[in-house]
Write a protein that binds this ligand. Structure first.
Ligand SMILES: [Zn+2]
Ligand SMILES: [Zn+2]
Length: 311
């Protein structure tokens, strides 16, 4: 939005009689659900980000024992949070721990971010368990280090993941992170974490979202924002094409929903979003690149349906 558009928007909003501003609507014009929100230890810190960014509800991503903290956050803001749980998939008790979490109320697995192959035995047993428990599994795919020695996560996505989608038709997969989003372009070969060139049509992520009903996309982080920002001629049609398969998420680590503190966890490769709130940046791109109906589905409708959350 340029300055003139901004001033027009402000003027238009000021001219609206107050009764037109319905209760429950917010600055984004629709309820917003943040699928990718890493739980913060203090309940108030979680709410500060949601309220600051104009987010209605969020899904807490937790790892290991988290139930007491989830309960405390839920008590501070009833009805505003769901949660997913994750656990080291290389540990022999991973299935037991995650089953227990789902019994205690976790509505999904995630985020799953481990130094294993996307089609390896550790994650395969998680894919099978997610289907058994009927919960989605959110996976971080990354092939390129952000800093020296980081290592890769859920590797082999572009080469092997279609066979996983076929082998586990009852599993609901939610893809996220660098390799998932860089592969909207067909010319990607793990050269860099966040390519900025125009998108070549027919990337595997774009194709698989169309071909496989069990694959969904989490638009969070610099990776999701970059995929939506790098080629404005690509974005509106992509969002329209996959309007029932995409979820808004932030993965933002800023303190206040306005870019305060450290957003993007000081990731040097994601400097383009330094000092900005990823939630705000991605909601802004989504808003200007989609119809009201598509925007509403992506920022809350689709996830409400999947997790059976009342709007
Ligand atoms: Zn991640
Ligand atoms: Zn933020």
């Amino acid at each position: 939005m340029n300055r003139r558009e901004f001033l027009e928007t402000v003027a238009a909003a000021a001219a609206l009689p107050s009764f037109v501003r319905q209760p429950g609507t917010n600055e984004w014009g629709a309820p917003v659900f943040d699928l990718h929100f890493h739980m913060r230890p203090q309940p108030a810190a979680n709410l500060a980000h949601l309220d600051g960014a104009g987010v209605t509800k969020a899904n807490l991503l937790t790892r290991g024992a988290a139930l007491d903290q989830v309960k405390a956050i839920d008590a501070a803001a009833p009805g505003r949070f769901t949660w997913f749980n994750s656990y080291d998939v290389t540990k022999p008790d991973a299935e037991q721990v995650l089953t227990q979490a789902v019994k205690a109320g976790a509505q999904g697995f995630g985020e799953m971010k481990f130094h294993v192959a996307a089609d390896g035995p550790e994650l395969r047993r998680m894919y099978a368990l997610a289907a058994d428990l009927r919960v989605p599994i959110l996976i971080h795919f990354q092939e390129v280090d952000h800093f020296k020695g980081e290592g890769a996560w859920s590797t082999g996505y572009a080469k092997t993941f279609e066979s996983i989608l076929k082998t586990y038709p009852k599993t609901t997969f939610i893809g996220h992170a660098d390799a998932f989003w860089a592969n909207v372009s067909s010319d990607y070969h793990n050269e860099e974490a966040y390519p900025s060139a125009a998108i070549s049509k027919g990337g595997v992520t774009d194709r698989w979202l169309a071909d496989h009903p069990n694959l969904f996309g989490d638009l969070s982080a610099n990776s999701g924002n970059n995929a939506l920002s790098r080629d404005p001629s690509f974005t509106p049609d992509f969002l329209k094409r996959h309007q029932d398969k995409l979820f808004f998420g932030s993965d933002c680590s800023c303190t206040d929903g306005h870019g305060g503190g450290v957003s993007q966890a000081n990731n040097p490769a994601a400097a383009r979003l330094a000092g900005k709130c990823v939630a705000r940046e991605t909601l802004t791109v989504l808003k200007r690149s989609s119809s009201d109906e598509v925007f509403r589905k992506i920022v809350s409708g689709n996830i409400h349906k999947l997790l059976r959350i009342p709007a």
